[in-house]
Design a binder for this molecule. Structure first.
Ligand code: ADP
Ligand code: MG
Length: 430
């Protein structure tokens, strides 16, 4: 059973190679990588079959080339390339009569399989496995008949067993693996598509809810303001509310835009202390309404690289959550600290805090504990902006005590540094 053992060893090499290729394809998830890996696999497999071929006599060499050749040709339509590789390998042994016979044989065989390949691919998965195994059996039989006709002295049982068992077994194993990968890829693509559809559906529902509310209330105030007899003070009050409602609608739209496109389009140098002061100014009316006091200690020095709009959006979302976690007042403290390389922004509230489970779910799309009052997008946007700015976030929270959000970003070159020191910027009326 020398030839059978030889073929089985060769087949195990092909399977091990296939295993490594599958690992590579699994990690990359790209169609191009899948195609390139497949081409490489079949070419390398043919070379392996040649290296580990079995020399029967001076003229005759037996090997498993039929396995990679058939599978690569039927599944990937690679027969012209694989035929060329086989002819080239034969050419290395000498350009003689055998070479030209091989050229004609592989030329015709490659052309035939190349024409069959599109038809083959339209069959069902089971049919494809069945057809490839049957074709291998037919080809093996043809080789065996050829050996018998040439009357080469062989150990008949060994050669017949090797050809009738190992190549069909190899083809069955490899084609089953390809079918499984194809099925997985299809399921994965289907999942991605349905996930996208789900997001669009949720987005539609959230937009109609989150944007319609402030807009309806804004329309109401515009109608009220149409009254000419309105006092100047009341009109100013209405205008302030109108502005807030429109800003809230704008924030929801901004969150959705960042959700669908988190990359930073334009980069600029940001003075963290200045930008955070701007966020505090923007949130002052909300803090005032919740009787929240701001304290700040901006001792950091340095600039970071990022997009101003997104940076503001990120910290508005974090501080808005902090203020909302203190409905009956509290203290929101904002600190910045810097080392030679990094800047840390610490945002601490004395609000209701979160459980461990809530902390771990932060950033999950549509995760909110505010019922109809929240979108569950704020923290997701925060995380995606911090990721785009190559920063990190750490959250610590205790129920009843409050939460601490610690952000860290890399500082730009140290030439343009600026110091800033402020404490207790705004005081809300408690
Ligand atoms: P939303 O504010 O619309 O609910 P977010 O993504 O901004 O959505 O926040 C998700 C959830 O995380 C909130 O509903 C809240 O339960 C929790 N959360 C976030 N920040 C804080 C905080 N500072 N204190 C307590 N809970 C918080
Ligand atoms: Mg929020």
């Amino acid at each position: 059973m020398e030839l059978t053992m030889h073929f089985l060893f060769n087949l195990s090499l092909l399977i091990v190679l296939l295993f490594f290729c599958l690992l590579g394809v699994e990690k990359s998830n790209s169609h191009r990588v899948y195609k390139i890996t497949a081409v490489l696999y079949f070419v390398v497999a043919l070379i392996i079959c040649n290296i580990f071929s079995y020399r029967l006599n001076d003229e005759m060499v037996l090997d498993l080339r039929i396995v990679p050749f058939l599978i690569g040709s039927l599944y990937m339509g690679l027969s012209p390339l694989l035929g060329l590789v086989l002819v080239s390998i034969r050419g290395l042994h000498g350009i003689d009569l055998g070479f030209f016979a091989g050229l004609i044989f592989y030329g015709l065989f490659s052309f035939l399989i190349w024409r069959i390949s599109p038809w083959f691919y339209k069959r069902t998965s089971k049919q494809r496995i069945l057809y490839s195994v049957s074709t291998t059996i037919v080809v093996s039989l043809m080789i065996l008949i050829g050996i018998e006709i040439l009357n080469v002295p062989i150990q008949t049982f060994d050669v017949w067993f090797a050809y009738m068992v190992v190549p069909p077994l190899g083809v069955a194993m490899i084609s089953c693996s390809i079918e499984i990968i194809n099925k997985n890829l299809l399921i994965r693509n289907h999942l991605v598509k349905s996930k996208k559809l789900e997001v669009v559906e949720q987005m539609g529902a959230a937009i109609s809810h989150e944007i319609r509310n402030p807009l309806t209330s804004a329309i109401g105030f515009v109608q009220l303001m149409e009254d000419d007899s309105l006092e100047k003070e009341t009109r100013a009050q209405y205008l302030a509310i109108l502005k807030e409602e429109l800003e809230s609608a704008e924030r929801v739209i901004q969150d959705y835009l960042t959700f669908s496109k988190p990359e930073l389009e334009s980069l600029e140098k940001l003075n963290v202390n200045e930008e955070l002061s701007n966020v505090l100014k923007l949130l002052y009316p909300l803090a005032n309404r919740n009787s929240v006091e701001f304290t700040s200690n901006f001792s950091a020095v340095g600039l970071i690289e990022g997009n101003r709009q997104k940076f503001l959006q990120c910290f508005i979302n974090v501080m808005k959550n902090a203020i909302e976690s203190m409905p009956s007042g509290g203290v929101l403290s904002i600190k910045t600290e810097s080392t030679t390389q990094n800047i840390t922004i610490i945002i601490q509230d004395t609000g209701m805090g979160m459980t461990k489970e809530q902390v771990s779910r932060l950033g999950e799309p549509y995760y909110t504990t505010k019922g109809g009052g929240g979108t569950g997008l704020g923290m997701m946007v925060v995380f995606s902006i911090v990721r785009a700015m190559k920063g990190t976030v750490h959250v610590n929270s205790d129920i009843g005590t409050g939460s601490v959000f610690e952000f860290s970003f890399k500082l730009c070159k140290p030439e343009t540094q600026e110091s800033y020191d402020e404490s207790t910027v705004f005081l809300g009326n408690r």
